[in-house]
Design a protein. Sequence first.
Length: 150
Amino acid sequence: RANNFANYQQATAKPKKASMTKQQIATTKDLLHNDVKRSAGGQQVKTKNENIKLNKLRGKSFNDPLWKKFINQLPAKEMAKIVTYGGYQTLGDSKYGIQHAYNFDGPAGISSFFVKLNTTAYPCASMIASTWNKQLAYQRANQLVKKLQT
């Protein structure tokens, strides 16, 4: 805003040139085209099919060794796909027992602007809290629970 936005063109211009180091290029190619993962120590770790389905991990501790086996069976290409295309959803993969799910719940309710769904929006929790009205907060929570059960 200084000088009536005098630097607007410069601030909003696209970068002139983007560059990557040779190491960044090699790592990116590994993630996109190979079934090879690198450990934190830089050593290559081959994908090993353990035939473990995600439901076998339900209730297991984060530190359970089965988690490492499950993740080590996922090829780098699959992991890249999960991260790249997994916004607002969990991508399904029957080979690993991963169910597809949309993740549209949030602090204002259940809604989506990606797919056609019946949606509900509630006043945000901080607004309800600022009323100091416990009955109103309870009613909001109760309505949200009812919506989730339908």
